[in-house]
Design a protein around this ligand. Structure first.
Ligand code: ATP
Ligand code: MG
Length: 424
């Protein structure tokens, strides 16, 4: 065979064996976001390049070197979205969702960045993001952080660390920036090319450097928190108190900045200890200035985005995701003459329980081999029907996962007994 066409580097496939975990991760987000009043919004994958250069900032990694930008046939400059916030704000503004309303929105889908592909870092990757508008106070920040913690725990994740910081107002950051530049100039020899380039354009980004050689310079840099304005300091204090009252432990990391320019005030990250260098699984913060940068009236806002590939990798490694496609129950018929009647029983059960996923072991076989097949299907219970059960108008219900053993159930009571198994 001549050379078969391959995928593009950094653009992965999600194979059938992996989709159950993806569906599980997406399902937990959808469920928890809904409980907090967030509504789904679906956005285009391509936007005008200007949307991103204006909002993310000209001197960020993303805009400088990571965007997939091209001219379409009309000569317009378009870009595959590198993140979801800019498009979400664009849509909310353009469609009037911010008019006398305080919407809470979420989205999910692919994002595109031309980065060096490695474990946990791809060129097409997926995010679930949430954005909330119109509330300036730390109560919203706290609620969003608590919601993100609930989601990550809902995925069964452990060994997570919550880091928070406050970037202050633009004025406070300008003061700090001067001090930081002085510090970085004093250590210019220790800086890498990226940091040197950033020095006068976007020095805060040096704090976010992934280069371990810069760690000592970053560690000895002045603390942003020492330069905070009064209002930001009070905001940060209430946020910390609220998290504390809700029992959510966090670490204040004064070096925590986000890779995008539009952030100010509260920033936070959830970091997994189990992922090595690409450990941040969910990151967010306030962006009270973005709506007016895009052309709207100044509107306070906060949001986060979670990296689905990294979450899927963690859930897979733990092996705890339930398979949303697995049957709830498997019907095992040990006597083939009972098959016509058993198929009718299965149809009655499907009728009575619309959520029930029921598989019949067609093709017969010994009780042992049929139970082995039922077990492999992922079903929670086996419904066993042999000659003896048929005469008694009963079935034997066998617990395949827990330790409830087996019990005889009257046919009349079967649908009711199975009903709790259909909730997942
Ligand atoms: P990093 O500092 O790791 O480059 P970032 O600050 O660029 O991350 P954000 O733009 O805040 O990341 O995106 C939020 C989340 O999306 C990240 O915490 C991560 O989980 C995920 N993410 C970002 N870029 C990638 C990528 N190239 N591949 C896979 N996941 C990614
Ligand atoms: Mg990045």
């Amino acid at each position: 065979m001549s050379s078969a066409i391959q995928n593009i580097r950094g653009f992965g496939d999600v194979l059938p064996g992996e989709t159950p975990v993806w569906q599980f991760v997406e399902g937990v987000f959808r469920h928890e976001l809904g409980r907090y009043g967030y509504q789904e919004i679906r956005l285009p994958i391509v936007e005008k390049t200007e949307l991103f250069s204006r909002s993310i900032g000209e001197v960020t990694d993303i805009v400088e070197k990571e965007m997939y930008t091209f001219s379409d046939r009309n000569g317009d400059s378009l870009t595959l979205r590198p993140e979801g916030t800019a498009g979400c704000v664009r849509a909310a503004l353009q469609r009037g969702l911010l008019h006398n309303a305080r919407p809470r929105l979420w989205y999910a889908g692919p994002m595109f960045r031309h980065e060096r592909p490695q474990k946990g870092r791809y060129r097409q990757f997926h995010q679930v993001g949430a954005e909330a508008f119109g509330v300036p106070g730390p109560d919203l920040d706290a609620e969003m952080i608590l919601m993100s913690g609930r989601i990550l725990r809902g995925l069964g994740l452990r060994n997570l660390r919550l880091e928070i910081n406050n970037l202050g107002t633009a004025e406070a950051r300008a003061d700090y920036r001067e001090r930081l530049v002085a510090h970085l100039e004093a250590h210019e020899d220790a800086l890498d090319d990226d940091a040197r380039r950033r020095l006068y354009t976007n020095p805060l980004r040096v704090l976010d450097s992934k280069n371990p050689a810069l760690a000592p310079v970053v560690a000895s840099a002045p603390d942003l928190l020492d330069y905070l304005d009064e209002a930001s300091r009070a905001h940060f204090e209430v946020l910390r108190q609220t998290l504390d009252a809700a029992g959510e432990a966090c670490t204040v990391n004064p070096r925590l900045v986000r890779g995008l320019d539009y952030y100010g005030g509260t920033v936070f990250e959830w970091i997994s200890e189990d992922l090595g260098a690409q450990g941040t699984v969910l990151a967010g913060g306030r962006y009270d200035r973005l709506v007016d940068m895009i052309g709207g009236r100044e509107t306070p806002a906060i949001g986060f985005a979670a990296g689905v590939e990294r979450l899927v990798a963690l859930v897979e490694a733990m092996g705890t995701a339930p398979d949303p496609a697995a049957p709830h129950a498997c019907l095992v018929v040990t006597d083939t003459t009972l098959m016509p009647d058993s198929i009718a029983l299965a149809e009655r059960l499907r009728e009575a329980l619309p959520a029930l996923r029921l598989e019949i072991n067609l093709g017969g076989g010994s009780m042992k081999s049929q139970l082995r097949r039922a077990d492999r299907s992922g079903a929670a219970v086996a419904i066993i029907r042999g000659a003896e059960e048929a005469t008694a108008r009963e079935v034997t219900l066998k617990d395949l996962r827990g330790d409830s053993g087996q019990q005889r159930i009257a046919l009349d009571a079967l649908a009711q007994t199975l009903s709790p198994f259909c909730s997942q």
